[in-house]
Design a protein around this ligand. Structure first.
Ligand code: F6P
Length: 343
């Protein structure tokens, strides 16, 4: 048995732990493992290397991915899928482990439909892959967000300012909601719940009236404000999966400027950006990645292909890739309402 493993989409801390787990469990069963470079780019171009016990050693705590990643979409490349299938054959891969978010798992499902034995592992700091309660990288990201909010609190308090923290989350506001709750944000704006500058300003004014002369606000990059409408040309280029780079439009800065203009309170914006995806994984992400990696190889051994390892409650279970592909898991609105209790 020879397994190919790839990491696709935006990197997160914990990917190396997952790669290590896939390799170590596979070696235990006497399987070989080939690392595919830069996600589907490596599968299209035949850029693979054997993983060994040595090459996956000492990487548990290291952020990023030793295999590299990309947003390459084989469905958008000339004969992309055919070249993937050819290379699977050429390198003698009997199974494929795809570690990635919705885009990566959607392509995995397409490969599965063409007869490739695939098992997925959910990864994205956005935590928005369908059919799983958790995606590798999320815990580290929200830990960074909460720490950033802690730091912004002290400076906001000293200068009696409004600090707006823009965090990632194009289609789902999990990072803003959980990171914001953990860091005590005074307002949380997410894509799922449209809001308005008027509402935010009302909160800011209320805090000042209550004697709290500062405010810390968490805004997801994809949050919707009634008064802020972007034209298509302001959204910039799209990647191969059709996503715009929202970080470039500077929503946090616009919100901070508008708060200043409407309330007269000094406001500043901070874009946390890729700091949310860098550095060492938390213990939670390491241990979750190790478990998911081991479970993925066990599914291969059981011949249970076309599935993704998913966390449901406290259990790791296989879910069909068909149910994952092309879907997004948005924020649970009951949870968002709990977050709102605190502001
Ligand atoms: O998909 C994960 C994500 O972190 C999004 O939240 C964010 O909008 C995007 O990646 C940023 O992508 P890039 O790595 O291309 O800057």
């Amino acid at each position: 048995m020879r397994i190919g493993v790839l990491t696709g989409g935006g990197d997160v801390p914990g990917l190396n732990a997952a790669i290590r787990a896939v390799a170590r469990r596979a070696f235990e069963y006497g399987y070989e493992v080939m690392g595919i470079k830069d996600g589907y780019r490596g599968l299209i171009e035949g850029d693979l290397e054997p993983l060994t016990r040595e090459s996956v050693s000492g990487i548990l705590h290291v952020g990023g991915t030793m295999l590299g990643s990309s947003r390459t979409n084989p469905l958008k490349k000339e004969a992309g899928m055919e070249r993937c299938l050819e290379n699977i054959e050429k390198f003698g891969l009997d199974a494929l482990v795809t570690i990635g978010g919705d885009d990566t798992q959607s392509v995995a499902y397409e490969l599965h439909k063409r007869g490739v034995p695939v098992v997925g592992i959910p990864k994205t700091m956005d935590n928005d892959v369908a059919e799983t309660d958790y995606c590798i990288g999320f815990n580290t990201a929200v830990t960074v967000v909460a720490e950033a909010l802690d730091r912004l609190h002290t400076t906001a308090n000293s200068h009696h300012r409004v600090m707006v923290l823009e965090v990632m989350g194009r289609h789902a506001g999990w990072v803003a909601t959980i990171g914001g709750m953990g860091g005590g944000a005074d307002f949380i704006a997410i894509p799922e719940v449209p809001t308005s500058l008027e509402e935010v300003c009302k909160h800011v004014e209320k805090r000042w009236e209550e004697g709290k002369r500062f405010s810390v606000i968490a805004v997801a990059e994809g949050a919707q404000f009634k008064e802020i409408v972007y034209k298509e040309e302001e959204l910039g280029e799209r990647d191969e999966f059709g996503h715009v780079m929202l970080i470039k439009r500077g929503l946090g800065a616009t919100v901070a400027e508008e708060i200043k203009r409407r309330t007269g309170k000094a406001s500043r914006a901070v874009v946390l950006g890729h700091l949310q995806r860098g550095g060492s994984p938390t213990v939670f992400d390491r241990v979750m990645a190790l478990q998911m990696g081991v479970r993925a190889v066990d599914l291969i051994r059981e011949g249970k292909f076309g599935h993704m390892v998913a966390l449901k409650g406290s259990d790791l279970v296989p879910v069909e890739l068909e149910k994952v592909a092309g879907r997004t898991r948005t924020v649970d609105l009951d949870l968002y309402r709990i977050a709102q209790v605190f502001y």
